[in-house]
Design a protein around this ligand. Structure first.
Ligand SMILES: Cc1ncc(COP(=O)(O)O)c(C=O)c1O
Length: 412
């Protein structure tokens, strides 16, 4: 039995049983590498804590690769999607429509029609205006909707991923949902099946969940619902965070939500895939400066945006350990932005040009947020499963980058 996940074996960093130097050699860098075993372990841990009756609807936005989605499908998970594109991907990967919920603050008419056509489990609506639009679209069969509650709780996380406070653009106050319920009987094609909420991502404290669950339960006592969707947000360890203890989280669910006797759904993204991926990059150069040296990688902020966007820290492991003296350096990418810095004041055994590095915990919101800024092709994605490995998305080339660009004839 080989160990799943990322670990050193004889001084070489491995994903499951696969040597990551070999992966870099075969597929090039920068490349995302995911461990299928770790994804399955994460699912099993959450499922064991929550019990078989809670539907785990994977928040696809964290990592939408088809192979990753097909692991979710074969493990019996549902999906939380936030666009027509994600809905199509989830269906194509084999996730049944009756396990798909559609969240998001700005669903277009086309995306709503797509959800009607697939008869998905529930559309989580965000406003009275969205409800009006669904009615006006005149669906051919009844549409199951959930109302997204904004419980007005502060989740102690980065401001850019906090979604459940009163001023955020997400959800509706409970008074507004109660009012909409009074009017809903006017619309025979709308079936109000549930209430949903989601208060933020990378949550490390149970208190915010407790407040949100109580708000959900209070509203469920006032309006008639079949299901409660209590969102995602479970944090993971990037550096020294104390993430939410899954057993404590499950206990809250069992104490506050289970007694209500409704169908329960959770929407985790990061928790299932975050620690199951690394971004492999090669050292381009060590730039000497009057201050600290700067280690320059061939991966940049376009490949992994989280440090530039959320001040996130992805610790870095050399794929080959060496016995050189320690240096203190900044670790940067090649993109022409001062924010293209992965790590500041990083201590490591001095690497050499060409060495392969692994930026850790990059499985969630890594590739799915990547772009082609500076005309940099999107990286490859590789899946490792025990001793097997395969490309699950090929590296882009220049043709991919310029595809669709045209020069109008009048420019000559
Ligand atoms: C509605 C909704 N559900 C679930 C998630 C997943 O969050 P996480 O990846 O932190 O579990 C998000 C992320 O922003 C979200 O907006």
């Amino acid at each position: 039995m080989s160990e799943s996940g990322f670990h050193y074996r004889n001084g070489i960093f491995h994903a499951d049983a696969v040597d990551l130097n070999d992966v870099a050699q075969e597929y090039g860098t920068p490349s995302y590498v995911y461990s299928a075993g770790m994804i399955r372990d994460n699912i099993a841990r959450l499922r064991t804590a929550l019990g078989p009756d809670v539907l785990i609807a994977y928040a696809c936005k964290a990592n939408t690769n088809r192979a990753v989605l097909s692991i979710m499908a074969s493990e019996g998970l549902g999906a939380d999607v936030v666009s027509g594109g994600e809905l199509r991907r989830a269906i194509a990967a084999g996730i049944p429509a009756e396990k798909i919920v559609f969240s998001g603050v700005g669903k277009t008419d086309g995306e709503l029609r797509l959800a009607f056509d697939h008869d998905i489990a529930q559309i989580n609506i965000e406003s009275a205006a969205e409800l009006e639009r669904i009615v006006a679209l005149n669906p051919a069969r009844p549409v199951r909707v959930g109302f997204r509650l904004n419980p007005d709780v502060e989740a102690n996380t980065h401001a850019k991923i906090s979604t459940g406070h009163g001023e955020s653009k997400f959800g509706m106050p409970s008074a507004e949902i109660r009012q909409l319920y009074k009017e809903i009987a006017r619309y025979p094609m709308i079936r109000p099946t549930g209430i949903s909420t989601h208060i933020g991502s990378q949550l490390t404290e149970l208190e915010a969940y407790r407040d949100a669950f109580h708000a959900l339960a209070a509203l469920a006592g006032e309006v008639e619902v079949e299901s409660l969707d209590f969102g995602g947000g479970l944090g993971i360890v990037y550096t020294d965070e104390q993430p939410v203890d899954v057993a404590g989280y499950a206990q809250l669910v069992h104490d506050i939500l289970t007694p209500l006797g409704k169908k329960l759904t959770t929407e985790p993204g990061r928790y299932l895939v975050g620690n199951a991926g690394v971004l492999l990059a090669r050292v381009i150069d060590m730039k000497k400066t009057p201050g600290k040296p700067i280690l320059i990688l061939d991966a940049g902020m376009n490949d992994l945006m989280r440090p530039a966007m959320y001040d996130a820290i992805h610790v870095m492991n050399p794929v080959t350990m060496n016995q050189n003296n320690d240096i203190i350096c900044d670790v940067a990418g090649p993109v022409c932005e001062s924010s293209d810095i992965f790590l500041r004041g990083w201590t490591m055994a001095e690497p050499a040009r060409g060495d392969v590095m692994a930026l850790m915990n990059a499985g969630a919101y890594g590739f799915s947020m990547a772009g082609t800024y500076n005309s940099r092709p999107l990286p490859a994605e590789i899946l490792v499963d025990g001793d097997r490995h395969a490309v699950i998305r090929t590296r882009q080339d220049m043709d991919d980058i310029v595809k669709g660009e045209t020069v109008p004839g009048w420019l000559g």
